[in-house]
Write a protein that binds this ligand. Structure first.
Ligand code: ZN
Length: 339
């Protein structure tokens, strides 16, 4: 029996020494230690060994088993090491190869439009402020004179986090926050993302951007509103641009208006862009509702103000003559590279 084991040992070690791949090492493991391996066969033949010799023979078999397992692991490790060395050798860096060029991205049409818009208002003395996108229902609605039963709060339009917290539907929420912290004179614009549960199409998206404007001071009149927004339109769309105000309704301004600009494509004669009317609707605006001022402890007898809300995407789409809002969000490089 001892002779048999010695033979198995020599044979296994010789084979291992010659093994040059992981596969061969695994084959050797199976051939000696596997279910039908020669060492396993020896154990199965133990019943032929005299009972008094069994412990001794069992010990030999176990010793050999342990030795073979160790040698198999060693062979495996040394093969892995060799494979790694060979790979490192092959992957040596060729410093003469041309470098990968880093592709530089560039600004999004929304960003370009926003920077342009900020430049105009900063030039008129406005401060740029931001507010939270996840907003209290209170700031988004009630502080803007939109009571609980107002249709603007309809769940079809608003993403509710819970009863008190919403994804803001308008940047107007920043108005209340600013008036809460700051006393007049106030002159701010507040750009940012807003959310409505709208289905995606060429002119709608559940998430888009607005720029809110708010001015509160003594003796602010509708003329100030008109003068400011007319100046904005000229700087944004060209010195020839005319503006037109149409009466409208917003809960937080009174009186309220929508402002159109003369079509900068056709100069007002009528074209595809202005749908033949010569005018393009650009923003909503109005004099701050006295109730909104009162809620922030600003005396409407002493102070007045105006506010406006501009859809940033609308400006970008018009300015760059893009006919589908979805293009702004798809991040297709071929599209974005044009701006
Ligand atoms: Zn036109």
């Amino acid at each position: 029996m001892q002779e048999k084991l010695k033979k198995i040992r020599e044979e296994a070690l010789t084979r291992l020494e010659q093994a040059s791949s992981m596969e061969e090492v695994n084959d050797i493991r199976v051939a000696y230690l596997g279910k039908k391996g020669s060492l396993t066969e020896v154990l199965k033949g133990m019943r032929d060994v005299a009972p008094e010799d069994r412990p001794k023979v069992g010990g030999w078999v176990n010793d050999l088993r342990r030795e073979l397992e160790e040698k198999l692991d060693e062979a495996k490790n040394s093969l892995a090491e060799k494979a790694l060395e060979a790979r490192l050798e092959a992957e040596e860096i060729d410093v003469t190869m041309p470098a990968k060029t880093l592709k530089t991205g560039h600004r999004h049409p929304n960003t370009i439009a926003l920077e342009e818009l900020e430049r105009v208002f900063i030039g008129m003395g406005y401060e740029v402020v931001e507010g939270p996108e996840v907003e209290y229902d209170y700031y988004n609605f009630e502080a803007l004179n939109i009571p609980a039963n107002h249709p603007a709060k309809d769940e079809q339009d608003t993403f509710y986090i819970n009863k008190q917290i919403v994804l803001r539907t308008q940047t107007s929420s920043v108005q209340a926050r600013v008036m809460e912290k700051q006393r007049p004179p106030i002159r701010i614009i507040a750009p940012g993302r807003v959310y409505r549960s709208d289905a995606v199409d060429a002119t709608h998206s559940p998430s888009f951007h607005q720029v809110e404007g708010l001015v509160v001071d003594k003796h602010i009149t509708f003329s100030d509103l008109k003068g400011t927004l007319a100046q904005f339109a000229k700087e944004m769309f060209g010195p020839e641009t005319k503006v037109k105000f149409r009466p409208h309704h917003f809960p937080f301004t009174e009186p309220s208006a929508e402002m159109d600009v003369s079509c900068f494509k056709c100069g007002g004669r009528g074209c595809r862009m202005c749908k033949g009317s010569g005018w393009i609707e650009i923003l909503g605006c109005g004099m701050v509702h006295p109730r909104v001022l009162e809620m922030r402890d600003i005396d409407p007898e002493e102070y007045t103000g105006f506010a406006f809300g501009i859809g940033l995407e609308r400006i970008a789409l018009l300015k760059y003559e893009i006919d589908d809002m979805r293009l702004l969000y798809e991040n297709d490089e071929r599209f974005l590279e044009q701006f």
